[in-house]
Design a protein around this ligand. Structure first.
Ligand SMILES: Cc1cc2nc3c(=O)[nH]c(=O)nc-3n(C[C@H](O)[C@H](O)[C@H](O)COP(=O)(O)OP(=O)(O)OC[C@H]3O[C@@H](n4cnc5c(N)ncnc54)[C@H](O)[C@@H]3O)c2cc1C
Ligand code: SF4
Length: 502
């Protein structure tokens, strides 16, 4: 029986982040472990309410009150099992999820701070490693059916693990030289050290999943060849088409880049250092892309922008501004606009923000300014208002508000326009919709018979928790398509949307 008064006795507390001056000297994760005493105290704040709305907030349907109570009572092994029953990779979500479950925690209704669900999750995930490692699950007799998974991000890997555990022969094809999708070369180590991915991959490999890296499906191997070799194909290629701003004067100047180019280059340097190899942060053509000693302007207000900010600090930036088109959000939930338990529009500050830099809200870039040699030297911005008219965004600059911010490196973190246009799409008979995503039928099939889609490729740029949920659900649909025995869990259907008031 959970403690109904725990939240009255204990306030919400998280472990202290590593001190800024220390952590910006390395690439290690920002949060140290919480320690058993703190995490058991925090789990005690869960009152196991009659209707746990946190379940609906989490796309995976994680059994949050169950494992909170197991942690409270020290039942770590059972907590590990309960968490893995719904989530293949809690060490990723526990570190990286923005935790819509916490926005839906019933404590929030009475003006209390939510349970630190995400922190409890990561502690359970890490306990699994500490208490004997991520043991491979015994795999049943082979079904004789085989599945190709294209893309090794969280969607592809979750599906691969589910299908392998059902006895199917699974091969994951990845065009990069290393596995993990955006977790490998998009998200920096200070948010997710790559050893967590490697440990999980070892578990998948021991469960029979085969990996083929450096294979660009649609180019190195055709859809026809893949379909001849496998009984079903899951496309989980992500939504990696970066939004650009070609109409802004000066976009072609040297020093103006997509944010992902900066993140991938930095991640590759960190990966090389881990292998004892020296490397420079460069674009694939060898052009340097490094914030060291530079004045950097990051355009955009989301995860990608914050990751560029943290990377810039660690590279030794001279000065950095982060620009956002929208006004500064409120500190607390506006209940009229975003009532509990929906995801509120509030100011989100990431650890990177406490490391330095200046955030500028309600501004838009009017021009990237040339230094006379074809290199950017500044951005010219104007204060703006943004309105939605008939679903269209209208941005209006305030006359006389223009000014320049010095910049010799500009990073565009203004979102993604869906999955990339690439030969694979036509070969598998799938098309991008108006948002650049690929629609799925209710059974997760898209295009030709036996071709399924999941993750960001289907949903558009989203979150890891949604990618895992969609990977699990698509695996269930593929299992049914292959005539597998029984059913696999399907936490979401293709039409499922986050909790919303309207
Ligand atoms: C910088 C950044 C930071 C983020 N931070 C967070 C965060 O903190 N928390 C969070 O929840 N979410 C975050 N996200 C979003 C999250 O990373 C994605 O939602 C998630 O990775 C999507 O998973 P996926 O498996 O659908 O696709 P991806 O992770 O994008 O993986 C797709 C894979 O498919 C491969 N591929 C594509 N085409 C082919 C082909 N033809 N052949 C072979 N392989 C192919 C790609 O190389 C890639 O490895 C972030 C995103 C970015 C860009
Ligand atoms: S995966 Fe995300 S939404 Fe689900 S319990 Fe963990 S932190 Fe909450």
């Amino acid at each position: 029986m959970p403690d109904p008064n725990g939240f009255l006795r204990y306030d919400r507390r998280l472990p202290a982040r590593r001190p800024v001056p220390v952590r910006i000297m390395d690439w290690r994760e920002v949060y140290p472990p919480a320690g058993e005493e703190l995490i058991r105290e925090q789990a005690t704040r869960c009152m196991d309410c009659g209707i746990p709305f946190c379940h609906d907030g989490c796309p995976l349907g994680n059994r949050i009150p169950d494992w909170n109570d197991l942690v409270r009572t020290g039942g770590w092994d059972a907590a590990v099992e309960s968490l893995h029953a719904t989530n293949n990779f809690p060490e990723f979500t526990g570190r990286l999820c923005p935790a819509p479950c916490e926005a839906a925690c019933v404590l929030g209704l009475g003006g209390q701070q939510p349970v630190t669900i995400k922190q409890v999750e990561v502690e359970i995930a890490d306990a699994a490693v500490a208490r004997g490692g991520l043991r491979p699950q015994p795999v049943p007799a082979p079904t004789g059916r085989s599945v190709a998974v294209v893309g090794s991000g969280p969607a592809g890997l979750a599906a691969a693990q589910q299908l392998a555990r059902a006895g199917h022969a699974v091969t994951v094809y990845e065009r990069d030289d290393a596995l993990g999708g955006l977790l490998r070369y998009g998200i920096p180590d200070f948010k997710l050290e790559k050893r967590h991915i490697d440990r999980r991959l070892a578990q998948l490999a021991a469960e029979g999943v085969r990996f083929r890296t450096g294979v660009n499906v649609g180019v190195d191997v055709t859809a026809e060849e893949l379909r001849a070799e496998h009984d079903a194909v899951l496309l989980a290629c992500g939504a990696l088409q970066g939004r650009d701003t070609p109409e802004t004067p000066g976009r072609a100047l040297r020093g103006v880049h997509q944010a992902m180019a900066h993140l991938v280059a930095a991640n590759r340097v960190v990966a090389a250092a881990g292998e004892g190899r020296p490397a420079l942060a460069t674009l694939p053509d060898g052009t340097p892309i490094d914030a060291a000693g530079r004045h950097v302007v990051i355009i955009g207000g989301g995860d990608t922008a914050a990751d560029c900010l943290g990377v810039a600090h660690r590279q030794g930036v001279a000065g950095v501004h982060q620009l956002d088109l929208y006004p500064e959000p409120p500190a607390d939930r506006d209940a009229a606009r975003d009532p509990w338990p929906t995801w509120p529009w509030v100011l989100r500050s990431y650890p990177a923000h406490e490391e330095g830099g200046e955030r500028v809200f309600a501004v838009a870039v009017q021009e990237f300014v040339d230094d006379g040699t074809g290199q950017v030297r500044a951005v010219r911005i104007a204060e703006v208002t943004v309105e939605k008219v008939d679903g269209r965004r209208i941005v209006t600059a305030l006359p006389g508000s223009e000014r320049e911010i010095p910049a010799d490196l500009v990073l565009l973190a203004i979102g993604f326009e869906g999955t990339e246009e690439q030969p694979l799409l036509a070969q598998f008979g799938v098309t991008r919709n108006g948002r650049g995503a690929v629609d799925a039928r209710p059974d997760w099939q898209a295009g030709a018979d036996g071709v399924f889609v999941a993750g960001d490729m289907h949903r558009g740029a989203s979150l890891i928790v949604w990618a895992i949920a969609e990977g699990r659900a698509a695996a269930a649909a593929i299992h049914a398509y292959l005539g597998g025995v029984g059913t696999l869990p399907a936490p979401v259907d293709p039409a499922r949307q986050p909790l919303a008031a309207r």
